[in-house]
Design a protein around this ligand. Structure first.
Ligand code: 4NP
Length: 154
């Protein structure tokens, strides 16, 4: 099983959105038995909490459920347990690397570097714009799925 982990600061807005969108794409491609998807926070602020209402509402608009999703914090063991560890922004990448003990690994990268945007995913916790974030997350997930299919010969 290929394991994918999305990481952001709080694990209530951007990374759970990416997790749910990616799981939906994987399911539609009939790859759920090959690709697992999870998300985590670099902070401990929202452990055990469901996704932010803005993320829940936006996903529901697109027919994607967030049922049962709960915030958790990134932990050291995640480095061994995941094949792709994806930060939503540059500060997430720095924090991921610190928490994981500063590994130098191509499996850690910034999400939108897979797209032509090559920028941070704007944080709707601050911008209030969940649509902008959803559109970028969807584009990033398509690019990520393509990368995984190629690299893993699925
Ligand atoms: P996220 O957004 O990292 O996309 O989940 C945030 C969520 C919560 C906070 C900041 C950003 N906060 O300060 O609690």
């Amino acid at each position: 099983m290929i394991q994918v982990l999305f990481v952001c600061l709080g694990n209530i807005c951007r990374s759970p959105m990416a997790e749910a969108v990616m799981r939906d794409l994987v399911k539609k491609k009939r790859l759920s038995n090959k690709i697992g998807v999870d998300s985590a926070a670099t902070s401990s602020w929202h452990i055990g909490e469901p996704p932010h209402k803005g993320t829940q509402d936006k996903l529901r608009e697109y027919g994607i459920s967030t049922k049962g999703m709960q915030g958790r914090q990134l932990q050291n063991a995640d480095f061994d347990n995941f094949d792709y560890i994806i930060g939503m922004d540059e500060s997430n990448i720095r924090n991921i690397r610190t928490i994981l003990g500063n590994p130098s690994s191509p499996k850690i990268f910034r999400f939108l570097d897979l797209t032509d945007h090559r920028k941070d995913v704007p944080d709707p916790y601050y911008t209030g714009n969940f649509q902008e974030t959803y559109d970028l997350v969807l584009e990033g997930c398509h690019a990520l799925l393509e990368k995984i299919i190629l690299e893993q010969r699925l």
